[in-house]
Design a protein around this ligand. Structure first.
Ligand code: ATP
Length: 203
């Protein structure tokens, strides 16, 4: 389907939560993080290239990417991040296109954590939807979910776009500053809008 949405937001902002709510209403949801994880799982399609580029010490004994080690490296060395992305991005793009070709929903939502920060996603989607969350809530939720120390959450957030930068790129916004029930009317309004736009584009 021609009508596509790029859903983005900072770490712990609620992207997966919001995406699930659209999926429950019939949208096809393709999560680029899930795709990236499968590419770097044991036997994943990106693993041979990653081991060749960074060395076997970046693979776990079962042949998955050692995420903690790679996270450390790319934080310390921006060049390493570029080399990592050069391997992952084309493969993510290819796998995403393959998944999108099989989409059966009335429209497709791509979950792209770093849509604002990197790459050409802005041009690949019809609309950008940002999940906008106060930083203090992001920190709370990520600490609770991942048991990361607070400093690590702040370091990750500092490397990501700010709320303002994301809002500047977004066509649509879901504000996630309250309980889950506060998301429902926002998702329902946007879903109705996306359905009508998708229908309009299909004519
Ligand atoms: P990441 O990029 O880190 O994968 P995400 O943006 O996909 O995160 P979620 O996983 O959806 O974020 O949400 C982060 C955590 O916060 C989850 O544990 C989720 O259940 C919780 N959460 C999200 N929104 C709310 C909310 N409105 N009320 C309570 N908990 C929430």
């Amino acid at each position: 389907n021609a009508f596509t949405v790029g859903l983005t937001g900072g770490i712990g902002s609620g992207k997966s939560t919001v995406a699930d709510m659209f999926a429950e209403r019939g949208a096809t949801v393709i999560d680029t993080d899930v795709i990236a994880h499968s590419l770097t799982a044991p036997g994943g399609a990106a693993m041979p290239a990653l081991v060749a580029e960074f060395g076997p010490e970046f693979a776990t004994p079962d042949g998955a990417l050692d995420r903690a080690r790679m996270r450390q490296l790319v934080f310390a060395d921006p060049g390493a991040r570029t080399r990592l992305e050069a391997i992952l991005h084309p493969r993510i793009r290819e796998a995403t296109n393959a998944a999108a070709a099989l989409a059966t929903g009335p429209y497709t939502i791509f979950v792209v954590p770093l849509l604002v920060e990197s790459g050409d996603w802005r041009e690949r989607v019809t609309r950008v939807l940002a999940v906008d969350t106060p930083e203090a809530l992001q920190v709370q939720r990520v600490m609770a979910r991942n048991s990361f120390p607070e400093a690590q959450v702040h370091a990750i957030m500092a490397a990501q776009a700010s709320r303002q930068q994301r809002l500047a790129v977004a066509d649509d916004v879901v504000l996630n500053d309250d309980g889950l029930e506060a998301l429902v009317p926002q998702v329902e309004r946007l879903h109705a809008f996306y359905l009508s736009e998708a229908q309009r584009m299909a004519i």
